[in-house]
Each structure stands twice: as C-alpha cells, then as structure tokens.
Design a protein around this ligand. Structure first.
Ligand SMILES: C[S@@+](CC[C@H](N)C(=O)[O-])C[C@H]1O[C@@H](n2cnc3c(N)ncnc32)[C@H](O)[C@@H]1O
Length: 235
C-alpha cells in the first residue's frame, strides 16, 4: 500500500498543460437550456444526486461558474459520501467494501491517479515490471476519432485503486469533467448495493485471449474465467 493519497486525478508530468473549461453564467440552479455546462439543458444528475446515464459528455459546474456551490450539477467534486473500507479478500489481494447501503446510480468514489499519455505508460511499464494491472485506459470518441487517456494510480491515487474486477459488477465508470480537460473517472452504483458488499467494476475487454492471463476470482455465475488484460495497457 505504498502510494501517495490524492483527492482527485492530477496531470502527470508528461501530460499537456491542462486546458480550463469556461464556467456557466446561471444565477442559482443550473437546469435551463442556457447553462453551458448542461448539454441541451438536460440535467446530469437527478434532484437526489443520482447520475442520469446518457451518451453525452458529463460536465460538472466548477469554480468559474456563477451558480451556487449547492447547484445540483456538482456531485463527483464533493468526494466520497459513503463509509467505504479496504479489506483483505481471499484470492484477489485487497478489495473495497461499503459499510452502508448505496442506491442505484449513486456516486461511490473516484478512480484517482496521474493522468498520463501512451508514451509515459510504456516508460513506466519498462521501468517497473508490474505484476498487477492498475492503469485504467479511457477511450473517448470525438468526431470519429478515438482518444485514449490513461489514469495511473500506482504512485499517486485514492481508495479507487483497490476496487477489484467482477464479470457481474455492482459499479461502473462514468467520465466526468470538472472545469478542466483532464478526465475524471467516477465510479457509480449500477444497482442498489447492500452494506458489507464488495465494490467491483468490470475492467473491460481483454486484448489477450490465451490462458497466460490471471484467473478471475469474481465468482459470479457468468464469470469470463480470466481477468481482462492487454500485453501492455497501451494496446
Ligand atoms: C486495480 S488492482 C485492485 C486492487 C488489488 N486487489 C490490490 O490488492 O491492490 C488490480 C489487481 O487486483 C487483482 N484482482 C482484481 N480483480 C480480480 C479478480 N476478479 N480476480 C483475481 N484477481 C483480481 C489482480 O491482481 C489485479 O491485477
């Protein structure tokens, strides 16, 4: 558990200067078509702060916005609201469980780390031959182009780095932007999660299909048997 705790994702040394996003000019609540943080005036969160899932980019209001701090379009930036605990699992190393009920679509925690680009992922993999796969690949579609960004929580991260993979997970990832171009990885509940349940998400597609992969220990009925993996996270 040798890492530096950070509250949110930061720019890695090689990553281009972070561009700041303009703030909205709403008076109090952001729920109108005029709010520049909401796409077509559609809310990102319900009144009780549950994420509304759609394919549009999720921009939260931020320090340059003129709306109030309690505007409903500020959820991930407020941080973890539930009691979560790191514990030792039987076969997966450490894991994270919730000590209280989490409702469907509620924010759980961020997967925080250093935001780095492809070259730096390769350099770090050369430098240290990691056994565990922590680097998360974000693939976003911008005008017919796929943009890849990587979040590495090994040296600097938060509790999100301890969430294990499951083939039938109870959380999933929503990419959020909070006043900056750097993507923030939000983990949200896919369904109601009971107190004491382990928190998991699906690590994604596997680019290696042979049996050199690690055996998956998620024990779900539809387990895909092996952990999703690529030869290097860049592929
Ligand atoms: C992001 S880390 C998760 C936290 C990790 N368990 C720890 O102790 O730090 C990913 C690593 O956890 C282990 N892991 C995660 N999910 C697993 C699963 N379903 N089955 C087996 N091992 C798993 C693997 O070693 C994987 O490389």
């Amino acid at each position: 558990m040798n890492y530096q705790e950070i509250a949110t994702t930061i720019r890695g040394s090689d990553f281009p200067e972070d561009e700041e996003l303009a703030g909205c000019e709403c008076d109090f609540e952001c729920n109108s078509e005029n709010c520049s943080c909401l796409m077509n005036g559609e809310s990102n969160y319900s009144e009780d702060a549950k994420v509304i899932r759609n394919s549009k980019p999720l921009l939260e209001c931020h320090s340059d916005c003129s709306c109030q701090q309690n505007c409903g379009n500020r959820v991930v930036q407020k941080g973890i609201r539930k009691k979560l605990e790191i514990f030792s699992t039987n076969a997966k190393g450490f894991g994270v469980k919730t000590l209280e009920i989490i409702d469907e679509n509620e924010f759980v925690c961020e997967y925080a780390g250093e935001c780095i680009n492809e070259k730096e992922v390769e350099r770090r993999n050369e430098e240290i031959k990691y056994e565990d796969n922590y680097t998360l690949t974000i693939k976003e579609h911008f005008g017919g182009r796929i943009q890849k960004t990587f979040i590495d929580p090994r040296k600097k991260g938060n509790i999100g780095r301890f969430l294990n993979h499951s083939c039938e997970p109870n959380c999933d990832i929503v990419i959020v932007r909070i006043g900056r171009i750097i993507p923030i990885v939000g983990l949200f509940a896919r369904r109601k999660i009971e107190a004491d349940e382990e928190l998991t998400y699906d690590y994604g597609e596997s680019l290696i299909t042979d049996e050199s992969r690690k055996k998956c220990e998620c024990q779900s009925e539809n387990c895909r048997k092996f952990l999703p993996m690529s030869i290097s996270p860049v592929e």
